[in-house]
Design a protein around this ligand. Structure first.
Ligand code: HEC
Length: 196
């Protein structure tokens, strides 16, 4: 049964490509949005929602701004149908045409014309902030529940610390939210190098 479910999902996602638009290869795999509410949080700092770094290359600050980027990106949601500077306004006008969305945006944000770019970003960011997973065995261990990790796992954690992974992967999000040159090779399937 599970296999059939998977097949169905695959066929739906292929069918959603507008005909004439070849699927495009993105340069990097998507990051998880689990716990993205805490982006920017490192040991001893406060995560400031307005300046929280987003994407692998930290190119956007705040979840509100991040949420609109995939709508504008050629190889994510936009495809070749709209110009980049019209992508978000097109989505906004489509949402405005749906009374239920107008009502819900009015209830959430007030104002005369509640469905706009800014409130779309805020709505998507608010949803993303609900996706919190902070109860893995590792989280419990760090909170003081020592038996949450077995001896082998604790050895792994010690190795993670002793060989220097923690130099970059540390703090509550296991990240320093800085960019690092890691010598990752180019993806041969991409038409051009993504070296920086
Ligand atoms: C010089 C800094 C640095 C060191 C040291 C380092 N990493 Fe990373 N690691 C990164 C960066 C940068 C990324 C890319 C993802 C990101 O920006 O968080 C990454 C990504 C990862 C990921 C994928 C995370 C994801 O969200 O997909 C894993 C797993 C990982 N590192 C494990 C390790 C391990 C294990 C070690 C030690 C052997 C290590 N790293 C040492 C910087 C570092």
């Amino acid at each position: 049964m599970r296999r059939m479910g998977l097949l169905r999902v695959v066929s739906v996602s292929v069918a959603t490509f507008v005909s004439g638009h070849a699927p495009r290869l993105v340069k990097r795999n998507s990051q998880t949005i689990l716990n993205v509410a805490f982006n920017g949080l490192t040991t001893g700092t406060e995560a400031l929602a307005a300046t929280a770094p987003m994407f692998w290359d930290l190119r956007v600050r705040s979840l509100e701004a991040q949420a609109l980027e995939p709508i504008k990106a050629l190889d994510e949601m936009r495809g070749g149908t709209y110009a980049k500077d019209r992508a978000v306004s097109t989505v906004v006008s489509r949402l405005n045409a749906i009374p239920e969305y107008r009502r819900m945006f009015a209830r959430a944000f007030g104002g005369n014309r509640p469905v706009d770019d800014r409130n779309l970003g805020r709505a998507l960011a608010a949803f993303q902030r609900t996706l919190v997973a902070a109860d893995a065995p590792f989280d419990r261990y760090i909170r003081g529940d020592t038996p949450a990790l077995n001896a082998e796992q604790v050895r792994g954690l010690e190795r993670f610390q002793s060989i220097g992974c923690v130099n970059c992967h540390n703090g509550p999000m296991l990240s320093d939210f800085a960019t690092h040159v890691l010598a990752v090779p180019d993806n041969a399937k991409l038409p051009e190098s993504t070296r920086v």
